[in-house]
Design a binder for this molecule. Sequence first.
Ligand code: NAD
Length: 435
Amino acid sequence: MATDLRLPTDKIVRPDKDRFLNEDNPFEGMMSRFDQAAELLDLEPGLYKVLRNPEKQIIISVPVVLDSGEVEVYTGYRVLYNTSRGPAKGGIRFDEHVTLEEVKALAAWMTWKCAVVNLPFGGAKGGVICDPLKMSVGELERLTRRYTSGIMNTLGPDSDVPAPDVNTNERVMAWVMDTYSMHMRHTVTSVVTGKPVEMGGSLGRREATGRGCMIVTKEALKHLGMDVKGTTVAVQGFGNVGSVAAQLLAREGCKIQGISDRTGAYYNKNGIDIDAAIKHVKEHKSLDGFKGGDAIANADLLTLDVDVLLPAALENVITSKNADKIRAKIICEGANGPTTANADAILDQKGVFVIPDILANAGGVTVSYFEWVQDRGGYFWTEDVVNDRLRDIMRTSFADVLRLATTHKVNMRTAAYMLSISRVATVHRLRGVYA
Ligand code: NAD
């Protein structure tokens, strides 16, 4: 019989429920959304406590011999937030701004994201505090391999499966896979996803997150009775997610009026030629010097008068300071955590339809799941099969969240949290508390 996690006199005690949140702390922001959904679900207090805490937090020192011969010691993290539904899944980030709070928030988001699209995975995230842009390829390889060996005990196709995230890529995943395989004494492709296709990666993985954003944006337009053709769009961030989403939306007939990256933002009323922008980035490594639009201030991109805003760069860019200036009717959150919890309330009041990150950018982890399945089966799918299955999962998940939002009269974010938390909670109830 499933464990009863509700004590007769128990009540959920939410910490500082009405306090104005620290907008800079992504873990607090994630938790406030979790709390709201947990209350609406009337989650049992025992389970509430279980789901508010990460299962495992690993902090390691990562010594690396630099090219100069000196030794530098970096700090690395791996957080497994919840693995009740399956192996932990989540990327590895190399960045100078990585903190344990951020990694915890990202690991929790991965848990909810995998559940919202109903993948048999839990959630994790990893990070190393470093500036990869200042490191040589050799230094990066040594950092990756030492970090991998430091978290070796948690890694494995059945326990913890990393993927690329900010400043890590296919090459880094190849090093993780090789290091793990050397320790296991045989090749284990399914220990990471986002690998090169030549060594067990999946066709369609690179485009999957941007493709997922395009699919759910089209679903939102349909729901709001808006025509895809001629819909105007602004995209913040022109990396893996933003550039692919912009390209695919343009192919569907949208007019991409604004794009940006860390070097600047560009506006063109008649629509930016996205293929030309992608070519420019390939040749110049950034949008700097792009001639296909007028240069505008980076912050102004977010408040352009467009139908759809697609933030695909960073966390915490739509805050209580600029939310009231947003003019888009739809926000599709390509990035993780681009909107703060304080900004949510303002967007709600304005009637902006927000497709939350845990749904909007779940295309990436969905095709990561396909990659893991293909590696384990040793049989690889065509790109059309990958894209068709991705489309089906994104559409079904959008409809599931929308149904819940309509039934409970809540916004899409709260509905997405309710759906994912209830799925994780159901498995906890069935499994009980091991003693
Ligand atoms: P990326 O490094 O490929 O691209 C990031 C882009 O954002 C770059 O163009 C960069 O110049 C730009 N940028 C950085 N600071 C900016 C600023 N201040 N203003 C405007 N642009 C700025 O990264 P990515 O893989 O595209 O990831 C982007 C976001 O999407 C991150 O939040 C990531 O966690 C999230 N995400 C990525 C995936 C994936 O599969 N890649 C999946 C889910 C979520």
